[in-house]
Design a protein around this ligand. Structure first.
Ligand code: HEC
Ligand code: HEC
Ligand code: HEC
Ligand code: HEC
Ligand code: HEC
Ligand code: HEC
Length: 291
């Protein structure tokens, strides 16, 4: 009986110290390791440093910010680091604000200002976004979802950055670029293609793949002058938009038609001087005439 008591006593004593030791060693490990992993290099918060965190994120394709969230908290308020992102990133959404990584000029979320900071049209990430989105000349503003996979779940939507970002906007055409021609026998079903090597877009309804349009037109994304009146339909050289399929005019369009005649039948779209007066009715998925 006594032996059993001593056994239990020593058993629990050993167990007690084992637990204490273990507990301590865990805390001790945390104390030793945490600053090791957590301490960022010098200049991490300094925009002019080569170690700046914005540069690190860009160079290492860490845009989905999951790594940062793992220590600084899902809401970026500090998590167990006690160091909040929101003290500096004060705009709504903190570091997820749509204008932080791209856009940001004129208050919008799209380039100019590509991910790498480029703002010139000749850079592929910038291109002619502005001419499809702000200062459109020929059509209504084109929704992001007509060229990119649309997403409604905000920053963390899998169609935005995903787990393996490559730093390129993915191109996935929406319904406008694929508008089929249904009149005059139909038969045209555009299957537009984005060629990143040449930065061209071909086969789209918008740029000529419709009946009597210039089906071979391939505008260059990085050259705003690659599209003018006559590029999508008509004569790309003279700029006369009078439809000229395969070099032949077709009824009711005749060779003598110039830009100041179109309004007679397409008066809701164009005026007597050849200006597009209603952008919502041009490149809108249908031919507007006599209305
Ligand atoms: C392993 C945990 C851990 C990860 C992952 C982590 N951080 Fe930190 N971070 C910390 C800790 C702890 C601090 C506070 C101590 C310090 O300054 O080193 C901190 C501080 C900071 C600071 C403030 C530095 C200063 O000097 O004011 C910034 C900015 C920062 N982190 C950004 C980031 C970004 C951006 C990421 C993701 C790319 C990230 N952190 C990932 C643990 C982490
Ligand atoms: C000490 C202030 C400060 C803190 C704290 C801070 N940032 Fe930043 N961060 C900046 C500045 C400044 C920029 C550059 C802003 C700009 O380009 O408009 C920036 C840029 C960024 C960018 C843009 C990267 C790119 O490619 O342009 C991201 C993403 C980012 N920070 C994430 C974080 C995250 C996540 C945290 C917290 C873990 C954090 N930041 C904490 C100051 C800070
Ligand atoms: C932390 C940086 C960052 C922030 C903040 C950010 N984005 Fe992005 N965005 C990216 C990156 C990186 C890409 C390129 C996608 C890839 O690499 O796969 C991208 C691409 C896009 C695209 C092109 C389509 C695509 O998915 O490729 C759209 C549209 C977009 N972002 C909208 C938004 C909106 C809207 C917000 C605000 C909710 C936002 N972005 C906030 C980094 C960011
Ligand atoms: C007319 C088609 C078109 C529309 C509309 C469009 N984009 Fe893009 N976008 C592109 C092309 C083309 C690229 C370059 C893709 C590549 O690099 O392969 C791109 C790239 C991007 C990138 C990546 C930038 C970089 O640094 O590489 C972002 C971010 C982006 N777009 C956001 C948007 C947002 C936000 C909208 C809507 C407000 C939008 N885009 C509308 C065609 C479009
Ligand atoms: C006499 C009336 C008339 C005039 C003038 C006219 N159009 Fe048309 N246009 C039409 C009709 C009708 C259609 C509808 C398609 C059809 O039935 O051929 C059409 C269709 C079009 C289309 C779509 C392609 C197609 O085959 O349907 C374009 C582009 C077009 N017109 C441009 C012009 C331009 C540019 C001018 C001026 C140079 C012009 N039109 C002058 C009557 C006219
Ligand atoms: C970006 C390509 C593009 C450019 C540039 C362009 N058009 Fe069009 N145009 C179209 C498309 C697409 C249609 C509709 C064809 C269809 O639905 O079959 C169209 C149709 C028309 C029509 C027929 C009425 C209508 O809108 O349905 C007229 C008139 C016309 N364009 C005049 C012009 C004039 C004038 C210019 C130069 C100021 C011009 N277009 C430049 C793409 C273009």
């Amino acid at each position: 009986m006594k032996k059993l008591k001593i056994f239990y006593l020593s058993f629990f004593t050993v167990l007690f110290f084992a637990v204490i030791y273990n507990g301590c060693s865990e805390t001790e490990n945390n104390l030793v390791n945490a600053p090791d992993i957590a301490t960022h290099p010098d200049g991490w918060a300094d925009q002019s440093s080569v170690n700046f965190h914005g540069k690190y994120i860009n160079d290492n394709k860490q845009w989905n910010l999951k790594v940062c969230q793992s220590c600084h908290g899902k809401d970026y308020s500090g998590g167990n680091t006690g160091s909040s992102c929101l003290t500096c990133h004060t705009s709504s959404g903190g570091p997820q604000n749509c204008r932080l990584c791209h856009g940001g000029t004129s208050g919008h979320a799209y380039p100019p200002k590509a991910l790498n900071g480029e703002t010139s049209v000749s850079y592929i990430g910038v291109g002619v976004h502005t001419y499809h989105l702000d200062s459109t000349k020929y059509s209504a503003k084109v929704a992001c979802g007509e060229c990119h996979t649309p997403f409604s779940g905000g920053f963390s939507d899998p169609n935005h950055i995903g787990n393996n970002p490559d730093g390129m906007g993915d191109i996935n055409f929406g319904s406008l670029a694929k508008t089929p021609t249904t009149f005059k026998g139909g038969g045209i079903n555009p299957d537009p293609v984005w060629d990143r090597n040449t930065a061209t877009c071909s086969g789209s309804y918008c740029h000529g793949n419709f009946r009597d349009g210039n089906t071979e037109a391939a505008p260059v994304w990085t050259d705003r002058n690659s599209v003018k009146c006559g590029t999508c339909h008509g004569d790309p050289v003279t700029g006369n938009p009078n439809p000229l399929p395969n070099g032949n005019f077709f009824h009711p369009h005749y060779p003598n038609y110039t830009i100041d005649i179109c309004y007679q039948c397409h008066g809701s779209v164009i005026d007597a001087s050849g200006n597009i007066i209603n952008k919502d009715k041009h490149v809108n998925g249908e031919v507007n005439f006599n209305n």
